[in-house]
Ligand binder design. Structure first.
Ligand SMILES: Nc1nc2c(ncn2[C@@H]2O[C@H](COP(=O)(O)OP(=O)(O)OP(=O)(O)O)[C@@H](O)[C@H]2O)c(=O)[nH]1
Ligand SMILES: [Mg+2]
Length: 293
């Protein structure tokens, strides 16, 4: 039986969360076109006759002096502890730059078994030759895979490589589990994903979600989970954009989050969603620590 903890590391927006979802064939981690969407390390479990791979999605690896970025960088680095394999995901639609050099340094330091995975090979602007040459120049021994996490091409080959490199071991999770995230965390993430998808400019980075309370109503199998939650922005002036004209944006966020959450959980989820501001929360250590750990 094979068993491996496998971290997915890469620059912001490389497609790490898309990849964990594609590999696990489940919505494990939220995805958006905006860099720095993932703020935590998030586990997705794949169980097959070969054994089990626990994938760990991580925040995009990125250097910045901002408090929140330093925390996210710590999370990404911490995710490498106790890991058997690392997928180094490279976005072929961008030239390898300083961010790739920083990741190279990190992975050289940790000396884990590596798989280099070139993503977005379906994209028009894909630079497969250039990124492959970069990867080979820094990790000449590592196997290289070409994939589209979005379209699914190259995934069977990548999985074959993962099973070959995975060590022997026992299953780490029950076979019917595909993630270990608690329901409250998933609810907050899905709401954040829907809010990011309608927000613009700096707002996606200025949002976090707070759950005020939850309550089950009704009897099985028709139970409903009522959730009272806040979309929190960094400035009073950002609230209006999330609310939208006559409340149309907040309604759209609420409805699409409710739908997805009701698909994920074995009960219906209803949201009471409001917007509030917590000025300059990204400078507040206690708030950051509650969101990013
Ligand atoms: N064309 C194309 N786009 C992709 C592919 N994989 C991911 N994307 C897109 O790239 C964007 C970022 O994807 P994410 O999966 O959120 O990237 P990430 O690496 O998790 O980003 P952070 O969490 O911000 O670090 C989204 O718009 C995805 O749809 C791919 O294979 N091809
Ligand atoms: Mg992500």
């Amino acid at each position: 039986m094979k068993s491996a903890f496998t971290a997915i590391i890469g620059r912001p927006s490389a497609g790490k969360s898309t990849l964990i979802n594609t590999l696990c064939e489940e919505k494990v981690s939220i995805v958006s076109p905006v860099p720095q969407t993932t703020r935590n390390s998030i586990r997705g479990v794949l169980t097959r006759p070969e054994g089990q791979i626990v994938f760990v999605d991580t925040p995009g690896y990125h250097f910045s002096e901002k408090k929140i970025n330093l925390h996210m960088k710590d999370v990404a680095e911490g995710a490498l502890e106790g890991i058997d394999l690392v997928i180094y995901l490279i976005d072929t639609s961008r030239h390898p730059g300083k961010e790739e050099e920083d990741i190279t340094r990190l992975l050289t330091f940790h000396r884990k078994k590596l798989l280099i995975v070139l993503n977005k090979t379906d994209a028009k602007a894909s630079m497969i030759k250039e990124t492959r040459a970069y990867a080979l120049s820094v990790f000449p021994e590592a196997p290289v895979f070409e994939i589209s996490a979005l379209k699914g091409s190259g995934i069977p080959e990548l999985l074959k490589g993962l099973w070959e490199m995975a060590p022997e071991g026992e299953l780490m999770y029950p076979t019917d589990i595909y993630t270990d995230q608690d329901p409250e965390f998933r609810i907050k993430e899905i709401i954040r994903e829907k809010a990011i998808s309608i927000a613009r400019e700096e707002i996606p980075h200025a949002i976090y979600v707070e759950i005020a309370d939850t309550e089950f109503r009704g009897e099985q199998p028709k139970q409903t989970l009522w959730v009272r939650a806040f979309l929190v922005t960094e400035r009073e002036s950002q609230k209006g954009i999330l609310v939208g004209k006559k409340g149309e944006n907040i309604k759209e966020i609420r409805k699409s989050a409710q739908k997805e959450l009701s698909d994920i959980f074995p009960y219906r989820v209803m949201l009471d969603l409001q917007v509030k501001a917590n000025p300059k929360w990204r400078n507040k250590e206690n708030i950051i620590k509650k969101q990013i750990y």
